[in-house]
Design a protein around this ligand. Structure first.
Ligand SMILES: [Zn+2]
Length: 208
């Protein structure tokens, strides 16, 4: 390391050197002072200058993290949308497979309300999930209740059918979000209800 007054040649200089104060490129000048702002620097001491230009510095400290964050948000949104549409199709496919034809259902949107109109405009429709199923007029069977466990977001279930037994409602313990179960004209016994209540203490059960 030479004295500040000592001149030095270009080949000893590092080209990617920038003034710490004003970002002026110092790589190709032969003085030890920034020609722009006069700040002194020592080419041998990296603490007295910057290795990156202002643009590179912004890219590294602001641009790159922002780009990564945006990419992650986009990725999560894409994954979530894919999952929501998968849920929508899976729910509807499952209903179509039920042996009982006499049923009604209610859906809830899976997308936030501000996003739903935009999704509808894409032609794919806003994804929905089935939250309520009504079996009417003696239609439900035990095997239907076993299949219903695929409706992950089912919250309310109305079952009307003498063919429904304790064996059938035992499947419903797998529906973690089920809140209310109405039983009408079923062959379910108090023992069957007790078993289900034990498995799902929060579930409200009405009627046999
Ligand atoms: Zn400077």
């Amino acid at each position: 390391m030479g004295a500040p007054s000592e001149p030095f040649t270009l080949k000893t200089r590092k080209r990617s050197m920038y003034c710490r104060r004003c970002w002026y490129p110092l790589g190709e000048i032969s003085t030890r002072e920034c020609p722009e702002c006069g700040r002194a620097f020592d080419p041998e001491d990296p603490g007295t200058w910057r290795r990156r230009s202002r643009g590179q510095w912004w890219l590294a400290t602001v641009g790159r993290p922002v780009a990564i964050a945006l990419l992650l948000v986009g990725l999560i949104a894409a994954l979530w949308t894919g999952f929501a549409y998968h849920r929508d199709r899976a729910d509807k496919r499952l209903l179509a497979q039920l042996a009982a034809s006499n049923l009604q259902y209610e859906s809830a949107p899976l997308a936030p309300s501000w996003l739903a109109p935009w999704l509808r405009r894409t032609g794919a429709g806003a994804p929905e999930t089935i939250v309520t199923v009504f079996f009417t007029t003696d239609a439900a069977r035990d095997e239907d209740l076993a299949r219903l466990t695929g409706l992950r977001n089912l919250r309310h279930l109305y079952v009307d059918g003498a063919r429904i037994t304790d064996e059938g409602i035992a499947h419903l313990s797998k529906l973690r979000r089920l809140e209310t179960l109405w039983l009408s004209g079923t062959s379910v016994t108090p023992a069957g209800i007790k078993t289900l209540s034990k498995a799902r203490p929060g579930l409200k059960i009405y009627g046999p």
